[in-house]
Ligand binder design. Structure first.
Ligand SMILES: NC(=O)c1ccc[n+]([C@@H]2O[C@H](COP(=O)([O-])OP(=O)(O)OC[C@H]3O[C@@H](n4cnc5c(N)ncnc54)[C@H](O)[C@@H]3O)[C@@H](O)[C@H]2O)c1
Ligand SMILES: [Zn+2]
Length: 668
């Protein structure tokens, strides 16, 4: 039998290992629920045997570490973690402790959603962003100022030039962006992120800010760490004041007079979590009164005046009936688990990507296994672990074939990649996936060109590259299965319509490695005409903000390939647009239907030019500020309109922020 001391030692070792993979590498080996179980066990053991507690135990300190390559920053106010409550009883205990210390009257709460992202501390001097740092171990964090500046919702300047403000918030990756990023990574044969939090952490902790800029990140601010020039004495006021300063604040918080209201809030959001565009893993319950917080203080790990109520992990057990192989458009062969359907977090789940062969080995997943499934980032079904204790002996271990399941060509694995690939660039499976991608919503958006049709077009040899699509005739299409005259005519019309898409959609559709919609847009805005890609080089590409080395290399390689130009010219000949119209951003930008007011002088353009730029994008410029105004653009020496905007809480943009919104480069 293990002694409690041995068990505690073992748990600490395990937890330290997982902390390292989670906080330092941003690649956890186990799910949060499993980690929490280990952590819980250690906490309970240490409570039962207090002399087992060591000062370096993971229960006594904040988990992170400073990555090499970043400048360490000493936090003025320690950035602590939070104690957890996993059920109602633990919330009641917390409430009782507070009431015992403070008396009944002093205890009211503010409940906030616990956004699953990365903690960040921001420092503003005279209203201007000076620095941003990660939490690190709570005392020392990493300077990530250059990276966080790329986050669109982060104010570079506050509405009031207070002498010094330090705030704390959460940088997160929206669920959709997380799903897209993982899809792209899988296509490229790279490791996927376990959840949006690790993806956000991995994006913020990049030595090259261009990589961060290519990721979609959001920010929500929830705490003031230090403030000069204003007195605040409750959490509710804190959140209101943060809003007033121009910070993005999550508006779903609620003031709660009693524990019952707190419990109601927790229950409500446990049910509504799937409605949110970002992932939450619980509710943070905070004592509202700041003076009362002072009385309670904190341990080395967490404040005594707040607690995180963690939602139960949404997991289900089911059985793996098969492992299918799918060949993607880059040739990456992805294994997918086919499972007995289970309902999970609001939908029925019967398939989950197993990502790659290594992962199947690591998790020891076999056909016939009972497994635990969950949804990563609240949307992507995933196998968490197999349940070997439920095996019957009939399970079958999975082997990667050495021939492509679609074309029989050699399967290769490049060094440094987790993926196996089909080596054949003419592999019909790859061609099919490329065509499906080419026709998809974010690419050329060709309605009616789905997988079933693509399958037939390729199998019958009617299409052997994307350009062939535009040479299809209604008569040949009408002869296909489930097609008929009418659908054939509709498809021809859809193809016709797709010819007018702006260049960035075409660039995305071509499926160039590392070029997603966002990068495609940057490239298209920069070059405007596809012909200009014929003599680009790496250096030139890298001089574009947000274009890093990997992208530059892959774009250069793509346009150096004569076969790609054959397709491009064939597309062009069919009448497909290959230029980027001025201001194509307008279609989906922040401008359409919005009202702007200009005040003060801009350095980079005249009032008239600014007005035209806004109107070209579908916005409207008016003369006076009211509650209906969406943005006030404040240049040098702004007038009373500026004050009015601040008083009404209208978003004020400085020149750089305005330029950013226009999609132009900020001035130096
Ligand atoms: N899977 C693994 O291997 C592994 C390893 C280590 C840690 N973890 C997970 O990480 C978590 C522990 O990490 P932690 O120490 O950052 O604690 P935590 O994530 O449980 O809670 C503290 C954090 O909550 C965040 N937060 C979000 N919204 C907030 C709000 N409105 N107000 C205040 N704070 C808010 C803050 O960033 C704060 O740092 C656990 O959930 C654990 O499961 C997992
Ligand atoms: Zn193949």
């Amino acid at each position: 039998m293990e002694t409690p001391r041995e068990r505690a030692e073992k748990l600490r070792e395990e937890i330290r290992k997982h902390d390292y993979h989670y906080y330092v590498l941003d690649q956890p080996l186990i799910s949060d629920a499993e980690y929490d179980r280990l952590f819980r066990e250690l906490v309970e053991l240490e409570q039962a045997y207090p002399d087992l507690v060591t000062p370096d135990s993971p229960t006594q300190r904040v988990g992170g570490e400073v990555l090499k390559g970043f400048t360490p920053v000493q936090h003025r106010v320690p950035l602590l973690s939070l104690d957890n409550a996993f059920n109602e009883r633990e919330l009641r205990d917390f409430n009782r402790r507070l009431k015992e210390r403070l008396g009944d009257e002093a205890v009211a709460y503010v409940c906030e959603l616990k956004i699953d992202g990365v903690s960040i501390a921001l420092v503003y001097q005279d209203g201007v962003l000076m620095s941003g740092a990660t939490r690190g171990d709570g005392i020392v964090g990493e300077d990530v100022t250059a990276n966080i500046r790329t986050i669109k919702s982060l104010p570079l300047r506050l509405t009031y030039p207070l002498p010094r403000v330090e705030v704390r918030g959460e940088v997160y990756m929206p669920k959709e962006a997380f799903a897209r990023l993982n899809r792209e990574r899988e296509d490229r044969g790279e490791k996927t992120f376990a959840n949006p939090r690790n993806a956000a952490a991995g994006s913020i902790r990049q030595l090259d800010p261009k990589v961060t800029a290519g990721r979609t990140l959001g920010l929500l601010v929830y705490d003031i760490l230090h403030l000069e020039g204003k007195e605040i004495d409750s959490q509710r006021e804190t959140l209101e004041f943060l809003s007033e300063l121009g910070f993005p604040v999550d508006r779903n918080f609620r003031w709660c007079a009693s524990l019952d209201e707190v419990l109601e809030y927790c229950e409500e959001w446990q049910g509504r979590r799937h409605e949110l565009p970002y992932e939450i893993d619980g509710v943070v319950v905070k004592l509202n009164s700041l003076p009362a917080r002072q009385l309670l203080g904190a341990t080395a790990k967490s404040p005594r005046w707040a607690i995180a109520y963690k939602f139960p992990a949404e997991e289900k057990e089911t059985k793996i009936v098969a492992i299918e192989l799918n060949v993607g458009r880059t040739g990456v062969i992805t294994p997918t688990a086919v499972m007995e359907p289970v309902s999970l977090a609001g939908t029925t789940v019967s398939r989950a990507s197993l990502h790659n062969y290594d992962l199947i080995r690591e998790k020891d997943i076999r056909v016939g296994d009972m497994v635990v499934v969950h949804k990563a980032g609240d949307i992507i079904p995933e196998v968490v672990r197999s349940l070997p204790e439920k095996r019957t002996g009939k399970e079958i271990e999975f082997k990667m074939p050495d021939k492509c399941p679609a074309c029989g060509s050699r399967v290769v694995r490049f060094s440094g990649e987790v993926a196996y690939r089909c080596d054949n660039i003419n592999c019909p499976a790859r061609l099919k996936e490329s065509l499906i991608f080419f026709a998809s919503r974010e690419a050329m958006d060709i309605e009616g060109l789905g997988p079933a049709l693509v399958e037939q077009l390729v199998d019958r040899g009617m299409v052997s590259n994307v350009a062939d699509l535009y040479y299809l005739r209604a008569e040949e299409l009408a002869g296909l299965e489930r097609m008929g005259q009418k659908s054939a005519a509709n498809l021809i019309r859809a193809l016709e319509q797709s010819k007018g898409r702006p260049l960035h959609r075409l660039l995305n559709a071509l499926g160039i490695r590392y070029v997603g919609l966002k990068t495609a847009r940057i490239l298209a805005e920069h070059y405007r005409d596809i012909e200009r890609f014929s003599d680009i080089d790496r250096e030139e590409l890298m001089s574009i903000p947000e274009i890093g080395e990997k992208i530059a290399e892959s774009v250069t390689a793509f346009f150096a390939e004569p076969r790609n130009w054959d397709s491009i010219h064939k597309l062009k000949k069919a009448g497909v647009n290959t230029v980027e119209p001025e201001f194509s951003m307008a279609q989906d930008s922040q401008f359409a239907g919005k009202t702007f007011v200009l005040t003060g002088a801009l350095e980079s353009m005249t009032r008239n030019e600014a007005t035209k730029a806004i109107e070209d994008r579908g916005g409207k410029v008016t003369n006076s500020v009211s509650r209906k105004t969406d943005f006030v653009v404040a240049g040098r020496d702004p007038g009373s309109k500026y004050d009015k905007a601040v008083a009404l809480g209208v978003t004020v943009l400085d020149e750089n922020q305005f330029l950013q919104l226009l999609g132009r480069q900020a001035k130096a």
